[in-house]
Design a protein around this ligand. Structure first.
Ligand SMILES: Cc1cc2nc3c(=O)[nH]c(=O)nc-3n(C[C@H](O)[C@H](O)[C@H](O)COP(=O)(O)OP(=O)(O)OC[C@H]3O[C@@H](n4cnc5c(N)ncnc54)[C@H](O)[C@@H]3O)c2cc1C
Length: 597
C-alpha cells in the first residue's frame, strides 16, 4: 500500500533539493509555512541556530549555500501522519559533513519545523564498528610497543613535550563526555580537574543526593548504563561510573590539577594556560579552550547581615555534610529549590527540627508525574520498548524549537496541576508559594531560561505539606547569634543554617579564569532571551554561548544536565575537530552580546 506520508516528505525534500541546487534561497524559503522554524546544529551555520520565519531562512541560505553545498536529501525510515502533521527523519550531506534531521509538514505540505544536524565530518569519521581499531598487529616487528606502553608514552608527553590541541577545564560529567568524543575524533585533549578523582564533583555533594532525572535520560556518550542501573542513581555511584568511564575511554585526565589563569594570544591563535598539577606549575598551550566548569559549581553565597555572629554551623548547600550530626537540633534551610528540599528531607530523616525559608515561589513537579507526563514518552522503559533509542529521543527533543516549546509544555503542566492537585492544595495551605513558570510552561522551560526555580519532588514536598518541614516565607533580613530574622520580624531559632541559595553563572568562570574583559566580550551564558526572570530579552532562540562559537575565538562553554552534555557534546566536538583539520567553519549568526552576566 502506498505510504502517502513518505510521498509527502519525499516530494518536499525533492523540491528543497531543487531550490538549493539552483541557489534559490527564497524558493527554498517558500517551501516553509508562514510560521516556520529551521533549527540547525553545525551543518549549515557552524553554529547552533534557529531561524524563525521565511525571511530568516532565506537570509541564512543566501549566506551559506555557496560553501555548504547541501544535497542527497533522503527520507530515513518511514514517515508518519497524525493530526494533519506529517513527520519523518531525514539524511543529507554538505560539502564537509553528513547530516541527519527531522521534518514536520503541515496539512498544506509546507514545512513547520526542520531540524538539520551534522553527525560526522567527511574524511574524519569516527573509527567504530567495521572500522574499529584492530588492537593487535599480527606479524612480528622489532621494538613494537604494547597498548599500555603507547598509552603511558602519550600520558608522559602530552602537555609537556607535545601540546594538546584542546584543553577542557573541569572534569565533571561535561568535561568527561566531551573528552570521550574528542578522543574518538583524534583531537589531542587534556581534561583538567581540581578534585582528586573523576566523579568527585558528584561525590562531594550532600550525602543523600540521588539524580533527579531517571536513568534513560542520563546516559553518557557511547556507553549506556547497564540495564539493571537504578532509575535514580545515587551520587556516589555516578561518581564511580564517571571514574570508570574516564579509564575505559582512555581520556587524558589530569586530576588534582587547578587552572589558575588563561590568556589568549590573537596573533598565534593560542592560549597560555597556567595550571598547577599536584602542586607543580605547568604551562599549557592549547589552540582551543573549553570551560566545562559547571553551572552548579560556584556557590552563590548571599551576604546576610550578622552572618559572622552566628554561633552554630552555617554553610552553603554545596558544603552540607549530611544530616547525621544534627539529630535533635534546630535547622533552618534558606532556599526552596532542589537542594533546599533534598537537604530539609535529609535533616528531617536524621531527627532535626527543620524550617525552610522560602523567598519566592517555586515550581514543584512530582518525580513520578514528571516521568509519566513529560519525560516518559522519550526517556523510559516504555520508550525503549517502543524503539525510541537515546539518540532518537535526543533528536525528537531537539526537533522542537525553543519558541514553540513553552506552548507545547503548558498542557503537560496543566495536567500535572490536576493530577497532583491534592498535594498542591495542601502545600498552599501551609503557606508554600507555588508556581508553574511565568507562563505555566513548567520545569524544562524554567531550566532553559534560568537553570533554577524548581524542585523535582522525590518526597520532601509531602513533609512540607504535612508540616514536618516547617515553611516560613519572606526575605531573610539578618542572622543573629542564635538564628534567622525575616523581614517581617519573624525570628527562627537555629543551631544550623544551610544556605541553599544556588550557584552563579558560567560567565563568572570566564571572568575568574581569563579576565573580566573576555567575560564581558562573551556576555551572558545560558538562557535564551525569554524575557522572564533572570532571562532578559531579546529573544535568542538558542541557549546563549553554549556549545557554539563565542565572541572570543578559541573559547567554548560546555555543560548542562546529563542529557544536554551527552547530546550537545557531539556538535561541540565536531566544531573543534573541524578547526583542528582546518576545515573552513564560517559561522552564521555569531552570538550577539546583550548582557554581560
Ligand atoms: C544538588 C544537585 C543535584 C543535581 N541533580 C542533577 C540530576 O539529577 N541530573 C542532572 O543531569 N543534573 C543534575 N544536577 C546538575 C549537575 O550540576 C550537573 O548535571 C552536573 O554536575 C554538571 O556537570 P558539569 O561537568 O557540567 O559540571 P560539574 O559536575 O560541576 O563539574 C565541573 C568541574 O569543574 C571543576 N573545576 C572548576 N574550576 C576548576 C579549575 N579552576 N580548575 C580545574 N577544575 C575546575 C570542578 O571541580 C568540577 O568538578 C544537579 C546539581 C546539583 C547541585
Amino acid at each position: 500500500m502506498a505510504n502517502t506520508a513518505n510521498d509527502s516528505i519525499n516530494e518536499w525534500l525533492s523540491k528543497l533539493n531543487t531550490a538549493l541546487q539552483s541557489n534559490d534561497s527564497s524558493g527554498a524559503a517558500d517551501l516553509f509555512a508562514p510560521e516556520c522554524y529551521w533549527r540547525d546544529f553545525v551543518s549549515f551555520t557552524w553554529n547552533l541556530k534557529t531561524l524563525e520565519g521565511r525571511d530568516e531562512i532565506a537570509a541564512m541560505l543566501d549566506t551559506t549555500l555557496d560553501s555548504v553545498k547541501p544535497g542527497n536529501w533522503t527520507l530515513d525510515g518511514d514517515a508518519t501522519e497524525a493530526d494533519g502533521i506529517t513527520e519523518g527523519w531525514i539524511k543529507f550531506e554538505t560539502a564537509t559533513a553528513r547530516g541527519e534531521g527531522h521534518l514536520r509538514l503541515n496539512a498544506d505540505g509546507l514545512a513547520w519545523t526542520l531540524l538539520t544536524t551534522a553527525y560526522e565530518l567527511k574524511g574524519f569519521e569516527e573509527a567504530k564498528g567495521s572500522t574499529r581499531p584492530r588492537g593487535v598487529e599480527h606479524g612480528v616487528s622489532r621494538g613494537r610497543k604494547t597498548w599500555l606502553e603507547k598509552k603511558q608514552q602519550e600520558e608522559a608527553e602530552l602537555g609537556y613535550e607535545r601540546q594538546p590541541y584542546c584543553l577542557i577545564i573541569g572534569g565533571g560529567q561535561g568535561g568527561i563526555g566531551l573528552g570521550a568524543r574528542l578522543k574518538r575524533l583524534g583531537v589531542p585533549t587534556i581534561i583538567i580537574e581540581k578534585n582528586d578523582r573523576p566523579g568527585d564533583s558528584w561525590r562531594n555533594r550532600y550525602k543523600s543526593l540521588c539524580l533527579h532525572d531517571p536513568v534513560w535520560y542520563d546516559h553518557l556518550p557511547y556507553l549506556p548504563y547497564p540495564d539493571n542501573w537504578p532509575v535514580f542513581a545515587p551520587k556516589d555511584k555516578i561518581g564511580d561510573w564517571l571514574e570508570s568511564y574516564t579509564k575505559i575511554m582512555e581520556l587524558n585526565y589530569w586530576s588534582s590539577t587547578v587552572c589558575k589563569k588563561a590568556a589568549y594570544d590573537e596573533s598565534s591563535g593560542e592560549w597560555t594556560v597556567h595550571v598547577e598539577r599536584d602542586g607543580k606549575p605547568v604551562v599549557l598551550k592549547p589552540k582551543q579552550l573549553v570551560l566545562a566548569t559547571g553551572m552548579s559549581a560556584v556557590p552563590n553565597i548571599p551576604d546576610i547581615p550578622g552572618m559572622d555572629s552566628f554561633k552554630g554551623d552555617i554553610h552553603h548547600s554545596s558544603k552540607h555534610p549530611g544530616g547525621d550530626q544534627y539529630a535533635g537540633k534546630k535547622a533552618v534551610v534558606i532556599g526552596s529549590n532542589n537542594s533546599a528540599h533534598d537537604i530539609c528531607a535529609d535533616l528531617w530523616e536524621h531527627g532535626a527540627d527543620v524550617t525552610m525559608v522560602q523567598r519566592s515561589s517555586t515550581h514543584i513537579a512530582k518525580s513520578e508525574t514528571l516521568m509519566d507526563l513529560a519525560l516518559g514518552g522519550l526517556y523510559s522503559e516504555q520508550a525503549v520498548a517502543n524503539g525510541i533509542t537515546t539518540h532518537k529521543a535526543d533528536m525528537i527533543f531537539a526537533s522542537l524549537p525553543y519558541r514553540i516549546l513553552p506552548a507545547l509544555q503548558v498542557p503537560v503542566y496543566a495536567e500535572m496541576k490536576e493530577r497532583d492537585k491534592d498535594l498542591y492544595d495542601r502545600l498552599e495551605k501551609v503557606g508554600f508559594m507555588l508556581d508553574f513558570g511565568e507562563d505555566d510552561s513548567g520545569l524544562f522551560c524554567k531550566y532553559l531560561r534560568r537553570g533554577s526555580g524548581y524542585y523535582i519532588d522525590v518526597g520532601a514536598s509531602e513533609l512540607v505539606a504535612n508540616g514536618d518541614i516547617k515553611i516560613k516565607t519572606g526575605q531573610t533580613e539578618r542572622i543573629t547569634e542564635t538564628g534567622v530574622v525575616l523581614a517581617d520580624g519573624t525570628e527562627i531559632p537555629a543551631d544550623l543554617i544551610v544556605l541553599a541559595t544556588g550557584y552563579s553563572s558560567m560567565n563568572g568562570w570566564a571572568a575568574q579564569l581569563i579576565s573580566q574583559d573576555v567575560a564581558d566580550k562573551v556576555g551572558k551564558v545560558w538562557g535564551m532571551g525569554s524575557d522572564t526572570t533572570r532571562d532578559p530579552g531579546p529573544w535568542e532562540g538558542e541557549l546563549r554561548n553554549m556549545w557554539k562559537p563565542t565572541q572570543q575565538p578559541g573559547l567554548w562553554f560546555h555543560g548542562g544536565n546529563l542529557h544536554q552534555s551527552r547530546h550537545y557534546s557531539s556538535y561541540l566536538s565536531l566544531q573543534l575537530k573541524a578547526h583542528m583539520e582546518n576545515i573552513p567553519t564560517p559561522v552564521y549568526g555569531l552570538q550577539e552580546v546583550y548582557h554581560t552576566s
